[in-house]
Ligand binder design. Sequence first.
Ligand code: NI
Length: 186
Amino acid sequence: MLLILPANSPGINHINRLIMALLPVLRYPDPRLHKKAAAVTLVDNSVRGLAADMLETMYAAPGIGLAATQVDVHKQLIVIDVSEDKSSPIVLINPEIVTRQGEMEGEEGCLSVPGIYETVKRAAHVSVRALNLDGKAIEFEADGLLSVCVQHEIDHLLGKVFVEYLSQLKQTRIKTRLAKQARITV
Ligand code: NI
């Protein structure tokens, strides 16, 4: 649905909000989750609009990270917010991990693998390079939950879902469980 308001409408300040949309999230083992995302060549309004929709979708879920791959858009874009009060959205375009240090284990979940939480081994500390929403190059260091989240979301852009770090047996069990859930909710 398209919402058109006259330019002098009192609602005009909210128009950006009104035209945002919740996007459907692909569910594992959907093969589209294994597509590799292409680099974004131009950070324009369509990219900014996608980022806004992805943030909205992530907050609504609720989740702490979402990759474009999960909403069936195969561009290198991820959104993250690991703050307690959901006040610190991070949008990363063409993100890459420059250095990795140390090791940590933590329980992970994924909006594409609902109800499943498993322990995954990750680098404890990463430095990340990306473009921001202005198309400017940024670089930052991350540890703890932010480090895990960045690695998890960048994996999505490479076509990798976190359950693929688990044993074949566990992966099969998860697929069976999700297939049952899908039948119940349909
Ligand atoms: Ni995920």
